[in-house]
Design a protein around this ligand. Sequence first.
Ligand code: ZN
Length: 320
Amino acid sequence: MTKETERSREDALRADLASGHLPHAVLLCGPKGIGKKTLAHEIAMGVLCTSDGERPCGHCKNCRRYQSRSLPDLLLPAPKTGEKTIKTETVRALVDTLASAPLEGRRRAVVIENAERMTPAAQNVLLKTIEEVDDSTWFFLTADTLSAILPTILSRCRICRLAPWSDERMRSALLGAMIPEEEVSRLVPLSGGSIGKALRIHTDPTFYEDLDVVKKTFFAVRRPSDIPSAMKLLREALKDKKERDSRLLDILEEQAELLLRSPEASDAPEIWRSADESSLKRIMETVIRAKAFRASNVLFTGCAENIMSVIAEEIALWQL
Ligand SMILES: [Zn+2]
C-alpha cells in the first residue's frame, strides 16, 4: 500500500473538517493500536477549535481545554468505574444532555471510544439521536471490530476504515519518537502495523522477557517427548506471576501470525520459518481457542499442553 492511499482516509476527514463538510456521525474502525482514537480526538478537537486558521490549532482556549478534557461541550460517554460495558443509563444521560443546546459554544462533540462496548440496549437508545443529529453536534465512534455494532447505527455513520501502517511509515514514526534505530528494527515486525502496539512494547519492561519464555517453551517443542520439560519451564515462569499466562498466549499468537505474514522478520527458531501455512494456521487456531478457554477459567496448564501437542504433531508433518 502506498503512503498516499494509506493516508487518504485520514486526510479525507481532515479535508472535510477544513471545508465544513464533516459528516455528523463518523465511525473509525480497524485493528487495535493504529491510531483510531488519536484521529477521532484530533478531528473532534478541530470541530470545537475556535481558530480562524487551520483547525485544530492546539493553542486556543478550547483546544487547551480539550487536551485536558475539561471542555463542557466535549462529551465522552464511557463505562462506569469497574464496568466493562457502556450501559443504557449512561447513554440516556447523554441523550438528555444533547436535547439542550451546547453549553458554551455553537458546537459540541461526542467521542465514544470502543463503541463496541455499548450494550445492544444502549446502542438502541443512541440510535434515535444519531439518526437525527442536530446541526451543532458531531459524533465520533471508534471500534476495533464492527460485528458488535448494530447495523442500524452503522448505516447512520460514515465508516472510515484505517489500515495497518506500512513498515516504512512505522519506521519513520518510531525514529521520530527518538527510539534508537536498532530497537525500531525489532519493533516494526513485532507490532504488525500498529503504532500503539509498538509503543506499548517499547515501554513494557517485561515484553522481551515474556517473548523469551515463549521461545524457550512453546517454540522449543519438536516432538511429544519434549513436552514435559517445556511444561516444567512454563510452570516455573508462571510461578508467582499468574497474570502472565494470557500474555504468553497473546505473544504466541502474534508470533504465529508474524510467521505467516513475514517469516524472515520473525526471530523464532529456524525450523519455524519453514513451517507450512496450514500448520501455522492450525497452531494459531489452537492458541485462539486456548484463549477462549482461559477466559472461561479452564486451567492454563491444560491449554498449554494441548498447544504443545498440536505443535509436535504439526512439526512432524512439515519435517517429512
Ligand atoms: Zn484551537
